[in-house]
Design a protein around this ligand. Structure first.
Ligand code: ADP
Length: 904
């Protein structure tokens, strides 16, 4: 110890606690200091002044080093008890030693001052603290207070001796600071509720704070603070508020929901006073705007039960509810002056917590539509049941155990007469024998009902049932029905007796095949078309031969099957065809396309086409059969006939003229003769008479020739013209004719020459007819030659036949007419033949007679130079000569006159 200090200590009879430092390191403490602070010598010696300040929790007030001579403040014992002290510094400059004495202020101990609240520190119910004034250093607290503090201050007694600003997180600028400052200023007790407080450890909490200033000598010295955690209460209050708000919100929502419900809602109190009537209720009740009580709503309103009985007021649902009954879904008919409807009403009494009836709620629903719908539904159901019951198909329904729950009439008639105990599908298995279409027995596991139970859907499965007296074919359909969970609930089996149908089908098929065979054997082309796509199913040989002619590259019938008929026949590309097909389709009757003209390889042919629909059992068209009938010859002969009729008409016109001319001459001559007779000049005009009689004769010959020709032609046509054939020397016959006409040709100045290469040639002929032939040709030659011309007749023997030709060097025949002069009624030139006269039947008759002899005739001619007609007769002989001569033997001369009559 230095001298100065020692001196001081002694001088001041140092019994106060002190500590001594040299160069800021503690070098000495006295026993009193140790007693006062509770630290040991070892803890103190060797520490720096700063460390000692911290241990004494003094450094938050000031640093020991910074004390000049005196300082008053708090230090804390090792046990964190505050001691208010006066610190005095004694400084020795020369040794740089410092002595600090700590003298406790008398009566300053907190424990003495706070006797009355000391218990609160111990009980640890509240947070209790004491802060110094004015620097708010924490002097004392209880365990609870640590709650407010974050690390490191919440540990042990780290908080003691420190400023409130330091230890409470976020104190500066907080509501707490304001409160503390207010207490410092006003020096009054502060009681503040539900202060919100946040720190890191505990989050947000709420506290009730009390700050009580403690005075010493009239000056505020400490502030005693208690605080109670009221977080729970605050939060509870807050949630209550929230709940209340929510409740209010819910209430308004509920009201608007109720307002807009499709159900009518009315709420009344226990006296029946209306508390609420929603829109739908207003729509349904009578005079909704004038209502105050429930009984108002019932005025003029009548209720009826569903059987139509009126319900007395005391049994109205709302009245019953007012009596405490619960009425649920009561169906009624409501009637009041402005509305009538079916309603479903529920009325419920509502009780409060102590069990008093306080409210009645009524809900009612307009179910008019539903009732109507269910009525309709019922009707439909009945209809459906009636249909099911009366349908021809047999219908049975069974449940998931195979138990039958329904048979319709057909099913009952089918099953029940013979099987009284048909309750379960098992009975069917036992009692029926089912076979499939191939005649295989169906085992009991595979009968339709079992298959449906396994979930199969059956569509027209053909099943055969065998009975002793008959066999029935059935088409069975079946459907499983499932419940909402997908389990099998019901099976429906529907079956139809197909026996008759199949028989009918069979009959139709047979008929159809029969028809096909018949048609195939007919020599008519036919084509089968599918329906409705109208493609070729097949065609027969005859039709194929036609197609083959049209399209030679097609090789087989198969090749054209399933193609369109229009591809082969133009006739089937016409509107008439499509129209015809449409009519067949519509009327299902046979249709015809007649006299269809068609060109095949340049030949005109005519077809009648028949469209025949082939019908199925149900009356629908299965196929269309097309039959083609060739009517070309009929059509052509009709055309020929028409032509013949026309030329016969022309012939009659010609012939009537030709007949009239000679008649006119005869009649005129007769009148002349008559005139001379009357005038008595007969003898005088004798020479003239001879001429007149010649003229009459001449014209009579002409008429005879014409009539002979016409008669012969008719005979030839009708087959009555007969030859009287005998063996004659043809050279002689012809020569005689030529000789006999020389008189006539001479008179016309013509040169007639006969020439032959044989003297005798006997052939079978009718000499009279040969005469007709030759005279006719000579007559024509005379007609078409002039005076000085030459007619050359020649007979040639050609062994097999004899050739007779008549040649002239007259006007000749134009080439274009050559091949038609042998046709009947044809004259090369009407005007010309008019001059020469003639009916155009002469050469035709000649040709016919020649052909009756088995010969032929032809002509060679050069126009302007002359013509040559050649007759060829076969040189044959007859064994039995026909010696029946015409009884009326004419003189040769006579017939020449007739034959040549038109040549002059
Ligand atoms: P018609 O009775 O009118 O003479 P035919 O059948 O004898 O009828 O003769 C038919 C036609 O053939 C005559 O109208 C004439 O035009 C022609 N014809 C026949 N013979 C000759 C002939 N020798 N020279 C020229 N034309 C002839």
């Amino acid at each position: 110890m230095g001298g100065a200090i020692v001196e001081y200590v002694f001088n001041n009879r140092m019994i106060e606690p002190y500590l001594c430092s040299s160069d800021s390191i503690i070098t000495e403490v006295n026993k009193e200091f140790i007693d006062f602070t509770g630290f040991t010598m070892g803890e103190l010696l060797g520490k720096s002044l700063i460390e000692i300040g911290d241990m004494l929790k003094f450094s938050s007030q000031t640093l020991l080093d910074n004390i000049n001579s005196n300082y008053s403040g708090f230090i804390f014992t090792k046990f964190s008890e505050a001691r208010e002290v006066n610190i005095t510094l004694i400084h020795t400059k020369e040794t740089n030693q410092k002595i600090y004495t700590f003298v406790e202020k008398p009566n300053s101990r907190l424990s003495d001052k706070l006797i009355f609240v000391e218990q609160t520190f111990i009980k640890n119910i509240y947070n209790v603290t004491v802060y110094s004034v004015p620097d708010l250093i924490l002097l004392k607290d209880n365990e609870n207070y640590l709650y407010f503090l974050d690390l490191p201050f919440s540990k042990e007694k780290n908080n003691i001796g420190r400023s409130i600003r330091e230890i409470i997180t976020g104190f500066v600028g907080s509501n707490s600071e304001i409160i503390w400052n207010t207490v410092l200023e006003t020096q009054k007790i502060s009681y503040i509720k539900e202060i919100k407080f946040s720190n890191f450890v505990n989050g947000t909490t709420y506290w009730d704070f009390t700050q009580i200033p403690i005075f010493e000598n009239g000056k505020m010295k400490y502030i005693f603070e208690t605080s109670v955690n009221v977080t729970e209460r605050v939060l509870e209050n807050q949630s209550l508020k929230r709940q209340k708000k929510q409740l209010e919100q819910q209430n308004t929502q509920l009201i608007s929901i109720i307002e807009n419900l499709s159900e009518g809602v009315m709420l009344s109190d226990e006296k029946g006073r209306l508390l609420m009537v929603n829109q739908e209720a207003k729509r349904l009740i009578y005079q909704p705007d004038k209502l105050i009580t429930t009984s108002d709503t019932l005025k003029q309103t009548k209720l009826f039960d569903m059987k139509g009985n009126e319900i007395p007021l005391k049994n109205f649902p709302v009245v019953r509810a007012l009596r405490g009954e619960i009425v649920k879904d009561f169906k009624v008919f409501v009637s009041h002056p402005t509305n009538e409807y079916f309603a479903k009403i529920s009325s419920i009494p509502i009780y409060n917590t102590i069990g008093d009836l306080t409210r009645v709620a009524s809900c009612f629903h307009d179910i008019t539509e539903t009732i109507e719908q269910s009525r309709k539904f019922d009707e439909q159901k009945k209809q459906l049941e009636a249909i099911i019951e009366n349908i021809d198909d047999s219908i049975s329904i069974f449940d998931n155990k195979g138990q039958y729950i329904l048979f319709n009439k057909a099913a009952r008639e089918r099953f029940l007469p013979s099987y009284r105990t048909l309750d379960n599908i098992g009975d069917v298995e036992k009692q029926f024998r089912f076979y499939d279409i191939d005649g295989e027995k169906i085992d009991s596991n595979n009968i339709p009902a079992r298959r449906v139970m396994r979930g199969e859907i059956l569509k027209d499965v053909r099943i055969i049932e065998k009975f002793p007296h008959k066999t029935i074919q059935r088409d069975v359909s079946g459907t499983p029905i499932y419940d909402s969970e997908g389990n099998f609930a019901l099976g429906v089996i529907c079956s139809r007796d197909m026996t008759d149908y199949l028989k009918q089908e069979e009959a139709i098929r047979n008929r159809y095949e029969f028809l096909n065979r018949i048609i195939d054997t007919f020599d008519l082309p036919f084509i089968r078309l599918s329906f409705p796509d109208l493609k070729i199913v097949t065609i027969n040989k005859k039709a194929f031969s036609i197609i083959k002619r049209l399209k030679p590259d097609i090789e087989s019938i198969q090749q054209i099957e399933d193609t369109k008929i229009e591809d082969y026949f133009k006739i089937f590309q016409t509107n008439e065809y499509y129209q015809c097909i449409n009519e067949v389709k519509k009327e299902k009757k046979t249709k015809y396309l007649n006299k269809q003209k068609y060109l095949i390889n340049g030949n005109e042919i005519y077809w009648n086409v028949i469209f025949e629909p082939i019908l199925k059992v149900n009356g629908e068209i299965q196929e269309i059969l097309i039959v083609i009938i060739d009517v070309t010859s009929e059509i052509k002969s009709t055309i020929d006939m028409e032509k013949t009729v026309q030329s016969q008409g022309e012939f009659l016109v010609n012939i009537s003229h030709d007949l009239k001319t000679p008649l006119n001459v005869i009649s005129a001559t007769a009148q002349l003769v008559n005139m001379y007779c009357n005038s008595g000049e007969l003898d005088k005009r004798k020479n003239s008479f001879i001429k007149y009689i010649d003229s009459i004769n001449q014209n009579c010959y002409k008429l005879s020739k014409m009539i002979n020709n016409i008669v012969d032609l008719s005979k030839i046509e009708s087959g009555f013209f007969k030859l009287n054939v005998s063996n004659n020397n043809i050279v002689e016959v012809v020569e005689e004719i030529v000789m006999s006409v020389t008189n006539f040709t001479d008179s016309k100045g013509l040169n007639i020459i006969f020439d032959t290469d044989i003297e005798e040639k006997t052939i079978a002929c009718d000499p009279e007819k040969v005469e007709r032939i030759v005279l006719n040709l000579i007559s024509n030659a005379i007609k078409f030659t002039e005076a000085g011309d030459e007619i050359f007749i020649q007979v040639k023997d050609k062994n097999e036949f004899v050739e007779i030709s008549v040649k002239d060097n007259g006007i000749g025949i134009e080439d274009e007419h050559l091949n038609m002069i042998f046709d009947r009624f044809k004259q090369v030139d009407n005007s010309l033949s008019r001059n020469a006269e003639g009916t155009g039947i002469g050469l035709n008759l000649v040709k016919s007679i020649v052909e009756l002899h088995g010969g032929r005739i032809y002509v060679e001619s050069e126009f302007g130079k002359g013509s040559k007609f050649t007759v060829i007769l076969p040189s044959e002989k007859v064994l039995h000569e026909n010696m029946i001569y015409d009884s009326k033997v004419k003189s040769v001369n006579q017939s020449i006159k007739v034959e040549l009559s038109d040549a002059f």
